[in-house]
Design a protein around this ligand. Structure first.
Ligand SMILES: Cc1cc2nc3c(=O)[nH]c(=O)nc-3n(C[C@H](O)[C@H](O)[C@H](O)COP(=O)(O)OP(=O)(O)OC[C@H]3O[C@@H](n4cnc5c(N)ncnc54)[C@H](O)[C@@H]3O)c2cc1C
Length: 453
């Protein structure tokens, strides 16, 4: 069987890898000159800088399975213990995010009233019915306004660069949604899960917490992309602008270099690009795809001399709740998490700007973005040095925003693909935005195609 994959990010490349391993003939069509999409590492002035993700969590098996299948286990680079220390900027200072009930009680992050309200979650009855709910509605109902503003809002900014007032709980945090449905509440569900894990001899992680150890590769995330590229040597076309057409039961992909027929088609581009490509194939599908929104995000990478910096960078970094009224979403202390990302005696910090919270800020000029990032680090972290290395990465449509109704929209998109015949969708626009979500979807998509083929 012959399969075309349009889009060569982690989703497309890993789908192609699993298809090839299952015996299919594959071709990947990528618009840019290089593959990898949002996953890219740049090496400059002895810094190793990620343009997007800096790793994946090893609590789920999907990316690790892929790494094993690629014989890349030796290159894995687990984060240092410092990564466990995460901070929230609240009431004008950095407060450590509590990791257990005792540190939660001692933490200054929530007021005594806010803590009581959060514990009161135990007594909130579960919501009835299947109607979609925003993250903010859910949090106000179960956890209280303070927990929403100081815990959930920054967490959503950190993962989705999203707005809790508009995001769907069911689509963005299905694990939290299921805890309420299955156990009647979050605390009840977490206790039950901890007991189940103890029985199995393991340890349960929170429904939205880190869920494992952040893990990367010695040379950064590009190492995974390079291994996938190598495994698909001769099967990837880069720098092309693919057009698709349905011809009888088959799919035709046309590029500047000619046309080819395929038994199945995988759309692994962002949904807005899939919408454009499928415009002439099916209007309804194209329209559904165009309705998935994106949040812009910019990454400002700054390298500093550690001596005299004015901060020990002992931790993962920090996130900023919206109510603090600052101009950044947070900052990652990359060289504390992965020490080889900066040369000896130097530190690498990446500052995130924009998201659904402040989309206009993400699109400012690189010069302005650097000015904002440095100003905020001076005020929040009290740093006292000017950066010696500066690099800005702008992602105009950076992260899909799973708004209300997202799960139903995705269901209709997948269904329409099946109706049209052998048309599949695999990208972070649909069933999860993390690297693990992409590699999981890739494995499942490839299995489905091979089974149907
Ligand atoms: C700043 C930032 C930080 C992040 N941090 C993390 C993190 O720490 N951990 C984590 O798990 N996740 C993180 N993510 C999310 C993660 O990076 C993405 O979910 C993942 O890389 C998306 O991969 P993808 O293949 O689904 O999509 P993409 O990477 O967007 O790939 C899509 C590909 O399709 C190509 N394409 C587009 N249009 C066309 C066309 N017309 N024809 C052919 N090809 C086309 C694109 O060029 C691209 O190569 C982060 C994202 C961002 C932006």
């Amino acid at each position: 069987m012959k399969v075309a994959v349009i889009g060569g990010g982690i989703s497309g490349l890993s789908t192609a890898f699993y298809l090839k391993r299952g015996g299919a003939e594959v071709r990947v069509f990528e618009r840019e000159k290089r593959v990898g999409g949002k996953m890219r590492t740049v090496y400059e002035e002895s810094y190793t800088v990620e343009t997007g993700p800096n790793g994946f969590l090893d609590g789920k098996p999907y990316t690790l399975n892929l790494v094993k299948a690629l014989n890349l286990t030796e290159a894995l680079y687990p984060s240092s213990d410092k990564a466990r220390k995460r901070f929230i900027y609240a009431k004008g200072r950095l407060a450590r995010l509590p990791e257990d009930p005792v540190s939660f009680i001692l933490s200054s992050l929530l007021s005594p009233k806010g803590k009581l309200r959060l514990v009161g979650e135990l007594f909130v009855p579960p919501k009835r019915g299947e109607e979609d709910e925003t993250l903010a509605q859910f949090a106000r109902r179960r956890l209280g306004e303070e927990a929403l503003n100081r815990l959930l809002d920054p967490m959503v900014a950190g993962i989705f660069a999203g707005d809790p007032e508009r995001m769907s709980l069911k689509a963005a945090f299905p694990a939290i949604y299921r805890l309420e449905k299955e156990y009647g509440g979050l605390i009840k569900g977490l206790i039950a899960k901890m007991k189940e894990a103890k029985k199995r001899g393991g340890k349960a992680s929170g429904p939205a917490g880190p869920g494992g150890k952040l893990t990367s590769f010695k040379r950064g995330v590009s190492q995974l992309i390079e291994a996938l590229e190598e495994s698909l040597k001769g099967e990837i076309e880069t720098g092309v602008n693919p057009q698709v057409e349905k011809r009888g039961k088959r799919w035709v992909v046309r590029t500047e270099k000619g046309e080819e027929e395929f038994d199945a088609l995988v759309m692994a581009t962002p949904s807005y690009a899939a919408s454009e490509i499928l415009k002439e194939v099916d209007r309804e599908l194209s329209d559904l795809l165009s309705r998935i929104e994106y949040s812009p995000i910019s990454v400002v990478a700054l390298g500093f001399t550690k001596e005299g910096l004015g901060h020990d960078l002992d931790g993962f970094g920090f996130l900023v709740p919206k109510e603090e009224g600052r101009e950044i979403l947070g900052a990652l202390w990359d060289s504390s998490v992965f020490p080889n990302r900066a040369p000896q005696g130097k530190a690498l910090i990446r500052v995130m700007i924009g998201g659904a919270r402040q989309p206009g800020l993400a699109l400012k000029s690189p010069k302005e973005l650097v000015r904002i990032a440095v100003k905020e680090l001076i005020e929040i972290m009290k740093i006292r040095r000017a950066p010696e290395y500066i690099r800005v990465f702008r992602h105009e449509r950076g992260i899909p925003h799973y708004t209300l109704g997202h799960a139903e929209r995705v269901e209709r998109i997948f269904k329409r693909g099946r109706e049209l015949g052998n048309l599949y969708f695999c990208n972070n626009a649909y069933t999860g935005v993390g690297v693990n979500d992409c590699t999981k979807a890739a494995q499942e998509t490839a299995e489905e195609i091979l089974k149907n083929g």
